[in-house]
Design a protein around this ligand. Structure first.
Ligand SMILES: *[C@@H]1O[C@H](CO)[C@@H](O)[C@H](O)[C@H]1NC(C)=O
Ligand SMILES: *[C@@H]1O[C@H](CO)[C@@H](O)[C@H](O)[C@H]1NC(C)=O
Ligand SMILES: *[C@@H]1O[C@H](CO)[C@@H](O)[C@H](O)[C@H]1NC(C)=O
Ligand SMILES: *[C@@H]1O[C@H](CO)[C@@H](O)[C@H](O)[C@H]1NC(C)=O
Ligand SMILES: *[C@@H]1O[C@H](CO)[C@@H](O)[C@H](O)[C@H]1NC(C)=O
Ligand SMILES: *[C@@H]1O[C@H](CO)[C@@H](O)[C@H](O)[C@H]1NC(C)=O
Ligand SMILES: *[C@@H]1O[C@H](CO)[C@@H](O)[C@H](O)[C@H]1NC(C)=O
Ligand SMILES: *[C@@H]1O[C@H](CO)[C@@H](O)[C@H](O)[C@H]1NC(C)=O
Ligand SMILES: *[C@@H]1O[C@H](CO)[C@@H](O)[C@H](O)[C@H]1NC(C)=O
Length: 667
């Protein structure tokens, strides 16, 4: 009898060992380690074969995991250091999981194939590991809107291929690292196009060495930090620049005169600093659309004539910049001008906005100046003029409309598309096509739009179309999108509420949500140029299609087969199964076969009714021996690391296996 069992096991092993490998076992173990550290991993994360049976958010090439995209999955927990085993991983996107906490493990530096590391809007904290600098393929790094502390690792300067660097909205301190003889620095990133470092606590000077003519930067966003010293003149060497935000720091000294060599700059913010000396002469910056130099300590100067030469200008914000004299009427004939804000200056004389048509002009805010007259004329009714706290309003009294501050808030909301909005129950919302559904929502935030007239709904319809086009192009299950409540936040970012509605059903499933999340977190979607750089912060999606809210249903079958494919368990499973089957067989001699739990398994008569585990991988005897040895050490369960976690899986699931034999239809 004993020898029969042995033969039976050998046959079984041979059988199992010839089933083709599907998911690499190291990758499988690493994914289980990730899952073990998370609540609310996708329910499809079960089964032996993440690659073959398509765990949601996982993509593989040749049995190796190459992409993990789990944006907005409501994952809760930490990121396991075991992720380092996924050595073929190229894309990791865990954005918008607001309950992902803890540090970014240093072992992330082992993922040598990683091209995109995207962790937008989570709650990671601690230091940004220095090891990120040893990811030679990294092109896209977005760690914005987390709680990272400490300084920017100088090693980032080693990221030769980096295209996008976004560390904004964290709590980073220290200086901006530049290279020395012995250490790298951000000045070496000559291929990078985006430095988004705003809303941190970076201090010290902006190092002159940071910028050079070799750079290809288009966006330099250093706003809302604690930078001191003067603006380095090397900034003027980066001719590719399109957006410059240095506002809301403690910068002092004069603005370098070569700044007007940045002739591709469209949006420039130097406001809320202590800049002094004479107002920079920006003649020649012919594509400049949005200029804000407010709240600086420039020497008093007449309203400069060169303002009238900036043909692309939509918005001039010059609050408290010591401007004096009067505004030349020709300035108002700039054909793209929308907003002029020159509050808190010494502008005087009579305000005359000229004879040419006022085109797109909607707002002139000159409150708290010395203006004594206003040449009112036909055609300017649509322009909001504010002269509160000027001699003209003190003299005439507050009877004229320009002596009041209007209380208008821009309002916009994508209207129904030739239909009547449906009245929806629960948390559902009527889509632009008037169907009730649960949209994916969040905030679209634009860091430097080129326009300021938020009343002009054309911008929103253009944006809405471009979002839809992008979703359609990438075959995402989107029916329609709605935008609402445009507003400027305290950092002068343009913020819009976004709702994305599902096609063909009333809710998105997880795949739909994570792929739309990725479309926005990876910047696959490119907004129309006038919107400038953006980021998206999603709200948690509360009710995925195909899942019962709040339920923590787990699939025994999946975990069992999963554990089996991990390696250490299969032999034991077979042993157990073998002995069980053997006993059943003996029992069957007395009783009927209907109790046999394997009756509904896929069985192969030629090997004596041994259940086949489809999708298992190849095992060498060496591996099996190793893993069974490991199994004898299961006592130290719970000490962390995937090995031990794995054993715990095994223990739990071996019991499950015996109690609930897998159903072959479960996969
Ligand atoms: C400035 O912008 C133009 C048009 O987009 C582009 O062709 C040119 O290469 C840019 N200049 C630099 C120095 O990048
Ligand atoms: C500008 O500010 C710096 C530092 O605050 C000061 O040393 C310098 O004299 C000022 N220059 C002018 C022209 O006011
Ligand atoms: C500004 O620079 C332009 C061109 O370099 C020059 O023609 C103009 O006179 C300057 N304006 C002022 C006010 O310095
Ligand atoms: C200028 O400073 C005032 C007072 O701190 C602030 O209210 C205003 O928003 C600032 N202006 C700009 C354009 O940042
Ligand atoms: C306006 O201010 C300028 C400079 O401060 C001064 O020279 C001029 O006389 C003032 N004009 C009027 C009408 O008050
Ligand atoms: C609104 O914006 C569009 C696109 O920029 C522009 O063509 C149109 O003239 C604007 N309308 C008004 C009233 O400013
Ligand atoms: C300046 O930065 C602080 C945070 O550092 C932020 O709260 C504030 O809104 C910013 N102000 C402006 C005008 O950007
Ligand atoms: C998710 O939804 C999409 C389209 O809405 C569908 O094609 C896909 O099969 C669904 N995925 C799962 C796992 O249900
Ligand atoms: C991520 O976005 C970039 C452009 O920003 C795009 O080239 C790339 O294909 C996107 N990645 C994926 C996997 O879609």
């Amino acid at each position: 009898m004993g020898s029969r069992i042995l033969v039976f096991l050998v046959v079984a092993l041979t059988q199992v060992c010839t089933i083709p490998a599907v998911t690499n076992s190291g990758d499988f173990n690493a994914l289980n380690a990730l899952k073990y550290n998370w609540e609310n991993a996708p329910p499809t994360w079960a089964g032996a074969d993440p690659c073959g049976s398509r765990w949601e958010g996982i993509l593989c090439t040749d049995s190796r995991v190459t992409s993990i995209t789990l944006a907005s999955m409501r994952l809760k927990g930490t990121l396991s250091g075991d992720i380092s085993s996924l050595s073929e991983l190229q894309i990791l996107d865990l954005s918008y999981n607001t309950e992902l906490t803890g540090t970014l493990p240093a072992t992330i530096g082992d993922l040598k194939k990683l091209t995109s590391l995207i962790l937008v809007g989570c709650r990671f904290s601690g230091l940004i590991p220095d090891t990120i600098g040893s990811l030679p393929q990294l092109t896209y790094l977005s760690l914005n809107s987390n709680g990272f502390i400490g300084s920017i690792p100088p090693s980032l300067g080693n990221l030769d291929k980096l295209y996008w660097l976004d560390l904004a909205d964290n709590r980073l301190t220290g200086t901006i690292p530049v290279s020395t003889e012995t250490t790298p620095g951000l000045d070496l990133l000559v291929h990078t196009k985006h430095f988004h470092l705003g809303l941190n606590q970076l201090s010290g000077q902006i190092p002159p060495k940071l910028f050079s003519s070799e750079m290809k930067l288009i966006h330099v966003l250093l706003d809302s930090n604690k930078l001191t010293g003067s603006i380095p003149s090397t900034l003027g060497l980066v001719q590719s620049l399109e957006v410059v935000r240095l506002d809301n720091n403690s910068l002092t000294g004069p603005v370098p005169t070569n700044i007007n060599k940045l002739t591709n700059v469209s949006e420039m913010f130097l406001s809320n600093n202590g800049l002094n000396g004479s107002l920079p002469n920006l003649t020649g910056m012919n594509v400049l659309t949005y200029l804000d130099m407010s709240n600086n300590s420039f020497s008093p100067t007449d309203f400069p004539p060169w303002f009238s030469t900036l043909q692309s200008l939509t918005t001039l914000v010059m609050e408290k910049t010591q401007l004096q004299g009067n505004i030349p009427p020709e300035f108002f004939s700039l054909s793209n001008l929308q907003t002029v804000n020159a509050r808190n200056n010494q502008l005087n004389g009579t305000l005359d906005i000229g004879t040419s048509p006022v085109n797109k002009l909607t707002m002139i805010d000159l409150r708290t100046n010395k203006i004594s007259g206003f040449t009112d004329k036909a055609g300017i009714e649509k322009v909001e003029v504010i002269l509160v706290d000027n001699p003209i309003c003190q003299e005439t009294g507050p009877t004229k409309s320009y002596c009041f501050v209007p209380q208008t808030e821009p309002s916009y909301s994508t209207p129904p598309n030739n239909c009547v909005a449906a009245s929806c129950s629960d948390n559902q919302i009527s889509s632009p096509k008037c169907e009730c559904a649960l949209p994916y929502t969040g905030l679209l935030q634009f860091r430097a739009p080129s326009f300021s007239n938020l009343e002009n709904s054309t911008y929103y319809t253009v944006l809405q179309k471009s979002l839809m086009n992008s979703f359609m192009l990438h075959q995402l299950p989107v029916d329609s999108v709605a935008l609402s409540s445009p507003r400027k936040d305290s950092s002068h970012y343009l913020v819009l509420n976004l709702q994305v509605f599902p096609v063909g059903q009333d809710r998105f499933n997880r795949t739909g949500i994570s792929s739309i999340g990725f479309e926005l977190s990876n910047q696959t979607f490119k907004p129309p140029p006038q919107f400038g750089p953006f980021f998206f912060i999603a709200d948690p999606y509360l009710n995925f299609a195909g899942e019962v809210t709040g339920s923590k249903k787990s699939s025994n079958t999946g975990v069992i087969i999963g554990a089996a494919a991990g390696g250490c368990v299969l032999l034991l499973l077979l042993l157990g199964a073998g002995l069980y089957a053997h006993r059943q067989k003996k029992r069957a001699e007395k009783a009927t076969e209907q109790n046999n739990p394997f009756a509904h398994w896929e069985s192969n008569k030629s090997i004596g009714g041994i259940p086949q585990l489809k999708g298992a991988r190849n095992f060498s005897f060496e591996e099996l021996r190793k893993y069974t040895n490991n199994f004898s050490e299961t006592n130290d369960i719970g000490s962390g690391g995937y090995g031990n976690v794995f054993k715990k899986f095994y223990m739990v699931n071996y019991v499950n296996f015996v109690l609930n034999p897998p159903d072959k239809n479960a996969r």
